[in-house]
Design a protein around this ligand. Structure first.
Ligand SMILES: [Zn+2]
Length: 385
């Protein structure tokens, strides 16, 4: 038996404090693009964690440049327990400043809604309460390292090297990104993004039709070629999400652009699609094509060690009285970077809810004790290994 059920009871008993903590973090508006707000919020998040858990034994803050800084805090494990568990959380959200004015954290029965509550401020609060509960219950646990990043929603360019270095030194990385119905995520697709720009020659469509070269017509010919790069049998999807171009009905278009989102399960597919995109050409020689391809995140596939830790999660689920499902999803997270290095990572341990990045974003209050207990149970079993 693990202490998971006792952790669940502990969090249930303290649920008012847990909810107050969540309100405190949701009140800090932290849009990824606002360095000033992220910079102001991070010391407050740190103060919160230190109030709840005491001074960490190790602390580092890494400059994020124009993006949010990375904060890295480690609290000691039980005497005689080796190793460290990494809890990776991002404190940036997709919500712009001012969102709170019309949408504060609001509870209606079991539903708690607010900007960033699911993605992923609940995950930060759960990590803090997991360690609090394990200590309070006298359960053995490894050291817990909480890494807070501020650029996850915009690709993690700044935090990625810090995440990779931290994960390499830890037993496992646990990520409290949103959970759908309590399932954990062990497989995520990788992403490739492309921005396609065609430049043509403008002219009057009536007076001078043959002098122009339409960028709109060229991008319209490119789009079916881009879409055809999808391969359903390999799990590769392609979406042209936006198209824009031209300046008027009677103007032969000088400019056109489209934004492409590619998701892959197989790492080789990222290479295939990226090189095919880079090889595309316009048909009209008077037009030019600019193709910017960004291999944003590699696919996340479970390693053998990840499978072993999933088995631990199943044991915790038995103690808690519910089966733990595993899920493969199309959305990427920072777990993708970690899995690509062959390191174990379990994702989707955060709030149970729905609507990340949507106005109906919410978690269930009843999911908080359960998810905190799941994470605690995994951490405790790692200490016993
Ligand atoms: Zn997230």
């Amino acid at each position: 038996m693990t202490s998971a059920a006792a952790v669940r009871d502990y969090v249930e008993t303290h649920i008012d404090e847990v909810l107050a903590d969540l309100d405190r973090l949701v009140r800090l508006e932290t849009p990824s693009s606002r360095r000033d707000l992220l910079e102001a919020a991070l010391p407050q998040i740190e103060a919160y964690a230190v109030e709840r858990l005491g001074e960490p034994v190790a602390r580092a803050r890494h400059d994020g440049g124009e993006r949010g800084d990375v904060l890295d805090l480690t609290w000691a494990g039980s005497p005689g327990v080796a190793g460290t568990v990494l809890s990776l959380c991002h404190y940036d959200t997709v919500w712009p400043e001012g969102t709170l004015a019309t949408w504060p954290l609001t509870r209606d029965g079991d539903v708690l809604t607010g900007p960033g509550v699911l993605d992923m401020k609940a995950g930060i609060v759960q990590t803090v309460w997991m360690l609090r509960a394990l200590r309070e219950l006298g359960a053995s646990h490894p050291a817990v390292r909480l890494m807070l990043t501020g650029d996850e929603e915009i690709g993690s360019a700044v935090s990625r090297p810090h995440i990779e270095a931290a994960a390499a030194g830890c037993l496992v990385t646990l990520i409290s990104e949103p959970s759908a119905g309590g399932a954990v995520k062990v497989q995520r697709k990788g992403t490739v993004f492309a921005d396609v720009t065609v430049t043509g020659l403008e002219s009057h469509a009536g007076l001078d039709p043959y002098a122009g070269a339409s960028a709109v017509h060229e991008i319209a010919k490119l789009i079916p070629k881009i879409v055809a790069l999808a391969d359903r049998s390999k799990g590769t999807t392609v979406n042209v999400g936006t198209v824009e171009g031209g300046s008027g009905r009677n103007v032969i278009a000088g400019q056109a652009r489209c934004a492409v989102d590619v998701r892959v399960q197989d790492p080789d597919e990222a290479e295939r699609v990226a090189s095919a995109l880079e090889a595309l050409q316009v048909e009209d020689e008077r037009c030019s094509l600019e193709m910017y391809v960004d291999h944003n995140r590699p696919p996340m596939n479970p390693t053998p060690r990840t499978e072993e830790i999933v088995a631990l999660a199943h044991r915790v689920g038995e103690d808690l009285g519910f089966p733990i499902e595993t899920q493969a999803v199309g959305g990427a997270s920072d777990g993708n970077f970690i899995a690509a290095l062959g390191l174990p990572v379990i994702d989707g341990l955060g709030g149970i809810g729905a609507g990340p990045h949507a106005r109906h974003e919410h978690i269930t209050v009843s999911g908080l004790p359960r998810q905190t207990a799941l994470m605690a149970g995994i951490v405790e079993l790692l200490a016993a290994e």
